[in-house]
Design a protein around this ligand. Structure first.
Ligand SMILES: Nc1ncnc2c1ncn2[C@@H]1O[C@H](COP(=O)(O)OP(=O)(O)OP(=O)(O)O)[C@@H](O)[C@H]1O
Ligand SMILES: [Mg+2]
Length: 314
């Protein structure tokens, strides 16, 4: 599948309600304040709600319009938001079949995402590990996984990262006998390899020619982890634990991008969508303050690879 441009960040998490969308909005807010053009894309194709979070009740155009070829490019769908320098491409909802676009539609979408002229493209993904979510996640050069200290969230986040790993490997084995075995849909089957070591051993035996390419793909996976809704310092340890599990069982290096405290004000803000209260809280610390540090790191990492994303210094 085609890759998205270097300034793209995809935000996923496996579990629902961990704060992916709110964090995406907070990061976009800060990147916008740092004088970057930011485009938010609601990639939650089955349950789009980013527009609601930004105070837009019923968006007059959505990504469905592009998938259904009512508009020629995603630029036609850019909606102004109340946040400075932040535009939104709203997710669709009226055509349930489009929650599951086919390969051709996905390829066209990713190609169109490449054509958006922006400093940062932030893609908010839905919960779960559907193939569409995994494919958009894998197409983005920068990947963010959000989790909370809850055991179910930790499990789902690791499950999501593992599913992404298997999807990546299985795509490198297209047309071979191993592809089905490694498909995320078959992961629970008895006899399916569970660790990266087992997978790569299997590839080395059955499809040795494919091994170098797969190893390179895995080495290039750049997964960043954010722990959200942290209520006590000891909960911050969840990040390093997930990182260690990824290293041990998937042979994958992940980066901890930061922790965001549990902040009752965020819930209130999400409920009323009041931009003023959101913006005026910046000095108080809490979740928005922590998102600033993370946004800064994101800008720094993107800047190193992409010369268009340098305005943050201004
Ligand atoms: N740091 C935080 N402190 C307190 N509440 C938070 C925090 N982050 C998110 N929330 C709250 O958690 C709820 C879920 O947030 P959000 O919709 O962003 O999650 P999500 O992961 O995008 O969910 P979904 O999977 O349904 O898309 C919201 O009510 C939000 O206000
Ligand atoms: Mg969401």
């Amino acid at each position: 599948m085609i890759q998205l441009p270097n300034h793209t960040w995809a935000i996923a998490g496996g579990k629902g309600g961990v704060g992916k969308s709110l964090l995406t909005v907070s990061l976009a807010y800060w990147l916008g304040r740092l004088k970057n053009d930011v485009t938010l894309l609601d990639g939650d194709l089955g349950g789009a709600n980013l527009h609601t979070m930004l105070g837009l009740r019923i968006p007059h155009c959505t990504i469905d319009d592009f998938i259904l070829r009512r508009v020629p490019s995603l630029d036609h769908l850019l909606l102004e938001t109340a946040l400075p320098n932040v535009k939104l491409i709203a997710g669709g909802s009226d055509v349930p079949a489009l929650a599951n676009p086919n390969f051709g539609q996905k390829t066209r979408l990713v190609r169109a995402m490449n054509a958006i002229d922006t400093d940062f493209l932030m893609v908010d993904l839905g919960a779960g590990s559907s193939l569409n979510t995994l494919d958009l996640f894998l197409a983005a050069p920068n990947k963010l996984v959000v989790l909370t200290p809850q055991p179910t969230s930790i499990q789902n986040a690791y499950g999501f990262i593992k599913a992404a790993f298997f999807r990546l490997v299985s795509r490198g084995l297209r047309g071979t006998s191993l592809q089905d075995l490694l498909d995320p849909a078959n992961l629970r089957d008895e006899g399916a390899p569970q660790s990266a070591e087992e997978v790569l051993q299997e590839v080395a035996i059955t499809e040795p020619g494919a091994l170098p390419d797969i190893e390179e793909r895995v080495a290039n996976l750049k997964i960043h982890i954010i722990v959200n809704m942290v209520r006590a310092p000891k909960e911050e340890r969840v990040g390093p634990v997930v990182s260690e599990v990824c290293r041990r069982f998937l042979g994958m290096e992940t980066t901890l991008l930061g922790c965001v405290p549990y902040d009752p004000q965020m819930e209130k803000w999400a409920a009323v969508m009041d931009r003023e209260s959101f913006v005026n809280r910046t000095a108080e610390g809490g979740a928005l303050r922590a998102s600033y540090d993370i946004a800064y790191r994101i800008a720094e990492r993107t800047k190193n690879k992409d010369s268009t994303a340098t305005k943050w210094i201004a």
